[in-house]
Design a protein around this ligand. Structure first.
Ligand code: C2O
Ligand code: CU
Length: 488
């Protein structure tokens, strides 16, 4: 025993002062050391490195990946397990990993410049936490996040209940939606016909594939199918199963019950997740995107019953409505805002767009965003005390939607434009449309310094970020410094 511990200590010392690259950066802190009773230890190795990814035959991109794949490997565990993720950074710059939607201890949250330093190239760190809420989550870089996530540094994270619930689906599959910017193509890059083309997304993908390369979901007629939709991109997608209705069973990982079947398109904003279920049909179906942008036409997932072959769907969409998520009449299984709760802290975050162009970058005009008149890192932090019930009212005065995400907590959507919403749903990300206000409520039960930002990560980079901090809690890391820690 003793020898084992000594060996471990020596190995740690060797790795933190090896390679002669100067003092060690602050990595994750507050690691869990044991699973809950009944749980097991699950280890995952993630090497962040550049790789060529083939989105379809003839279209390869220069991506940044975990273990050479996009999405990175699925991390799957049960509530109460000890999840240990060993990150090795083989990128040419610093990186981190953030566990989107999971309420981990602050020191494990993976935000460069807030909870840890960026992990320098060539170094390794270990994140260790015990997930407590089953659901669909995802992980991604939170160092220079806008660019690193855009290049492919993401993967899905699924937490199963500690014990099986009654109705386990026969098919359970994660579908990760993303968009690829012009300019990453390895072969035959299309010429930038106009400057706008260079700033828009030319290819959309699901599970790292597009067009005919998308893997079908294989089913047998009559099976219960669960699909976990994850949007890791920066564009809202509108997903629908063409020809059959579905039941929504979770929003951002948090289970709901009692929701009616719907055949509307499901809006899936940046960072959001929706779990849906349906009974497998006898004939093939397509899961399509209603989005108007042309690359969306290439993102169709075939749902293929055994012994059948899909026939391409009509090019045009039937007349499909878009679901209003906030009035989907479902009830969160564990509501975070008990009936009748009166907030003891209320903050209003007014979001605007604009600001002066920088002298040497006039094209940046309008690319800055403010919260109450200030851009990150100059934004005001929201101070809370442990135990508070906190209401945040987002008032979007800009001309575009913003997918506002809170770290470390689950919130309930309370109202829209001052009127209580009819769905009782728990989330970690909520899309606030232009000229609209949405208020959310959360219980301050996880001390630390937590980011709150738009998940269109270029908006975050443009300043649409701030922090919730608990009174009396020390911030773990600072921006910049030797490791250039930059969360956005
Ligand atoms: Cu998914 Cu602050 O991020
Ligand atoms: Cu935004």
């Amino acid at each position: 025993m003793r020898a084992g511990i000594l060996f471990f200590a020596l190995a740690l010392a060797a790795s933190s002062c090896g390679a002669g690259t100067g003092p060690s950066a602050l990595g994750p802190t507050q690691q869990a050391t044991a699973p809950d009773p009944g749980g097991v230890i699950r280890d995952f190795d993630l090497t962040a490195r550049p790789a060529t990814i083939e989105l379809r035959p003839g279209l390869a991109v220069n991506a940044w990946t975990y273990n050479g794949t996009v999405p990175g490997p699925l991390i799957r565990a049960r509530v109460g397990d000890l999840v240990r993720v060993h990150l090795n950074n083989q990128l040419p710059e610093g990186t981190t990993i953030h566990w989107h939607g999971l309420a981990v201890p602050n020191g494990e949250d993976g935000v460069a410049g807030v909870t840890q330093d960026a992990v320098p190239p060539g170094r390794s760190v270990t994140y260790a936490f015990v997930p407590q809420v089953a659901g669909t989550y995802w992980y991604h870089s939170h160092q220079r996040g806008a660019k690193q996530v855009d290049r492919g540094l993401y993967g899905s994270l699924v937490i199963d209940p500690a014990t099986e619930p009654h109705a386990v689906p026969d098919v359970d599959q994660t579908l990760v939606y993303d968009e690829w910017p012009w300019g990453l193509e390895k072969t035959n890059p299309p010429p930038p016909s106009d400057p706008i083309a260079m700033t828009t997304y030319v290819t959309y993908s699901v599970n790292g594939k597009t067009g005919g390369a998308i893997e079908p979901v294989k089913v047998s007629p009559g099976q219960l199918v669960r699909l976990r939709l994850v949007n890791v991109g920066y564009v809202t997608h509108y997903v629908y199963l063409d020809g059959q209705s579905v039941t929504l069973t979770a929003f951002d990982g948090h289970s709901v019950s009692g929701g009616p079947p719907t055949d509307a398109a499901l809006p899936l904003g940046a960072g959001e997740r929706i779990d849906l279920q349906f009974v497998a049909p006898r004939a093939p179906l397509w899961l399509r995107l209603l989005d108007a942008a042309p690359p969306a036409a290439d993102v169709r997932v075939p749902i293929v019953p055994s012994g059948t072959n899909p026939v391409p769907p009509p090019a045009n969409h039937r007349n499909i409505a878009v679901l209003d998520l906030l009035s989907y009449s479902a009830r969160a299984v564990d509501r975070v805002w008990p009936v009748g709760t009166v907030p003891n802290r209320t903050y209003t975050l007014t979001i605007t767009k604009g600001g002066l162009p920088m002298p040497d970058m006039p094209e940046m005009a309008g690319m800055t965003y403010q919260i109450n008149g200030k851009s990150f890192p100059d934004t005001d932090t929201l101070v809370v005390t442990q135990g508070d019930y906190v209401e945040i009212n987002f008032v979007n005065l800009s001309d575009m939607e913003h997918a506002m995400h809170l770290h470390g907590h689950v919130f309930q959507v309370l109202s829209r434009n001052g009127e209580a919403v009819s769905g009782i749903i728990d989330k970690d990300t909520v899309v606030v449309p232009p000229q609209t206000s949405i208020s959310i409520g959360f219980h301050a039960d996880n001390p630390g310094w937590w980011m709150i930002h738009c998940h269109e990560l270029y908006h975050a980079e443009g300043g649409l970020m701030t922090l919730v901090r608990y009174e009396g809690v020390t911030r773990l890391a600072t921006l910049g410094g030797q490791w250039s820690s930059t969360p956005d």
